[in-house]
Design a binder for this molecule. Structure first.
Ligand SMILES: [Zn+2]
Length: 142
């Protein structure tokens, strides 16, 4: 149900309940909507008052999104930072999982190492609580 502001040809204003604006139009055409003051069925609908939001926390929509909020840009910047970090680490290649374990358990001096590890080896290292960080390659973001 909707409430519509209605006015008759004599200028009397009243409210009417209708199933929809289409139902109002239909009942008007059939002369079923009559002014309660003068009985006139020549009635028209008044425009509804615009909805006014009273929410205090509503934020105006930004007209243009700042580039730094673009997820693709953030992902690329993050990947670049990770690669820059990894570039400073010692490259131990395929020995990475063993080397990471030796460092973790104190069998080797503490240092940053990088290298390759299979997904299974990575999961196994993480299971042991060894802090490793997968670094996305350039091709991973395309
Ligand atoms: Zn009237």
């Amino acid at each position: 149900m909707i409430v519509l502001d209605v006015t008759c040809d004599q200028g009397h204003r009243f409210e009417g309940w209708f199933a929809s604006s289409a139902a109002f139009s239909e009942q008007c055409d059939q002369g079923l909507v009559a002014c309660p003051t003068c009985g006139s069925t020549r009635v028209t609908r008044l425009p509804s008052a615009p909805y006014v939001s009273t929410t205090r926390h509503s934020q105006p929509e930004p007209t243009t999104a700042p580039p730094r909020h673009d997820p693709a840009v953030i992902a690329r910047q993050l990947a670049a930072s990770l690669r820059a970090m990894a570039a400073q680490a010692e490259d131990v290649g395929a020995a990475f999982p063993q080397e990471a374990r030796r460092i973790h358990y104190g069998d080797s001096e503490r240092k940053q190492v990088r290298g390759q590890a299979s997904r299974r080896e990575i999961e196994s290292l993480l299971d042991e609580g060894i802090g490793i960080l997968p670094v996305p390659g350039d091709d991973d973001l395309h």
